[in-house]
Design a binder for this molecule. Sequence first.
Ligand code: ADP
Length: 174
Amino acid sequence: MRSSPNIIITGTPGVGKTTHCEQLASSTGLTHLNVNKVVKERDCEDGFDDELNSVIVDEDKLLDAIEPDLEAGGQIIDWHACDMFPQSLIDLVVVIRCNSTILYDRLKGRGYSDKKLDENMDAEIMEVLLQEARDSYDEEIVVELQSDDLDQIDENLERIQTWIENWKKDHSEA
Ligand code: ADP
């Protein structure tokens, strides 16, 4: 039985996942599980997609690597996919969203290729991650939060922190 919840923070690249995760980890003491880092450090790479200029992830290996942490609880998972994590180990799925004009500027600033930029813009406009979250988890644990400006980050963090406190209260009484 976990004494701290596991939360997925997901969304299209550039929407603000890492920004949210870092601040949440520092304000709540939960662990920021940066999947990009785990993939590199735990050798979960399964080749390289030259066209998209990004690593292909061996999801089975990744899951084996992080499953003990998820079983222990208190993980904030930072990743642009969410359907590979076992439902039984996930307590909340936050899908971060961003206005497409703002997202375009953020991704352009990262120096993405046109192809990568187009793919990610399409994914955000088509709500790919929101749909993936809704298809993979109970609808009551999926939350969509907007991250266009700094005020929205503060609002989102407050909301998630309150949710964590309530989760802990509910689960300590059981
Ligand atoms: P992701 O982890 O989803 O790829 P990041 O957290 O790295 O996104 O954010 C991408 C960029 O956008 C960073 O430069 C970050 O500072 C900025 N950013 C993210 N969210 C906001 C926001 N709500 N308001 C202003 N800038 C933001």
